[in-house]
Design a protein around this ligand. Structure first.
Ligand code: 2HA
Ligand code: ZN
Length: 271
């Protein structure tokens, strides 16, 4: 059996959480990540017949039975994950009943998975139904996007349009736009259901005045979506209260979409 602490998926979780912390997106215990792993790959590092303990998830995730995820722990700080991966990360498998998580590794201090597990697993279910290659769900509190939430309408068309206008790359990276939920209590099944509903249409979902969800086939893709939104939000916050003398026009956004052969949210333009 190979050493789990050297597994590429543990290494990558350490690296990405350290990056996100340094970017200021994950203060204290803010943010959470879940990543669906390949069973054969995990089997090189762990005896899959050995369950450390079981933890109820609080909701049914039948389509995910038998699926294995590496997830961040509740109350754990991204800042500490590189130092204490075995304590602050866990590898869980959804049990046969669909409502229990079998802990295969990690959470070594008796801890458990993120309080946002409902939003994560429900989002995995939805994304897998529209994109079988999806593996990662990532949540964080990007600073400029959060600031923007307080001065810009929290509406999907308006928010997406503004972000698209801020950097030429935005249309290329998220032509499908950004979904928006109003402020809601976090950590509940309700916000999980609402997030997953938005995930039918969007790979990016803003939790109003809280943060952002991004998904993708791997860590790079989810992270890349989030950092592109955050860059655009930063440009917006640096410029929105000054006279605007230049802008990327809607007909130019269409030109980008055409040049890159993109399927995009035409209804989010004002043409
Ligand atoms: O885990 O970010 O949404 C802390 C959070 C809750
Ligand atoms: Zn949060």
């Amino acid at each position: 059996m190979k050493d789990i602490l050297c597994a590429p998926f543990v290494e990558e979780m350490k690296e990405i959480t350290a990056n996100m912390y340094r970017l200021g997106w994950d203060e204290r215990n803010g943010g959470n990540i879940s990543w669906m792993l390949d069973e054969a790959q995990v089997g090189e590092y762990l005896d899959l017949s050995r369950v450390v303990r079981t933890i109820p998830t609080g909701f049914e995730a039948k389509p995910l039975i038998g699926k294995i995820f590496i997830v961040t722990g509740t109350g754990k700080y991204f800042r500490n994950i590189p130092k204490y991966p075995e304590r602050d990360l866990g590898i869980i498998r959804i049990a046969e009943d669909g409502v229990t998580a079998e802990l295969l590794w990690g959470f070594s201090d008796g801890g458990k998975f993120t309080s946002e597990l409902p939003a994560h697993l429900m989002s995995h279910m939805t994304r897998l139904s529209v994109d079988p290659a999806n593996r990662v769900v990532m949540h964080c509190h990007p600073t400029y996007l959060l600031a923007m939430n307080f001065v810009h309408p929290l509406e999907e068309k308006a928010l997406t349009h503004t972000l698209w206008e801020m950097c030429t790359e935005c249309m290329v990276v998220f032509p499908d736009g950004v979904g928006v939920l109003p402020w809601m209590v976090c950590g509940t099944n309700e916000i999980g259901i609402a997030t997953a509903e938005k995930m039918k249409e969007f790979r990016l979902v803003v939790w109003g005045m809280h943060g952002l969800y991004g998904v993708g086939k791997d860590i790079d893709e989810a992270f890349g979506l989030i950092e592109t939104v955050e860059k655009a939000a930063q440009v917006y916050m640096l410029s929105y209260n000054r006279p605007r003398i230049n802008t990327i026009r809607d007909d130019e956004l269409v030109e980008i979409a055409k040049a890159f052969g993109l399927e995009y949210r035409r209804d989010f333009l004002n043409l």
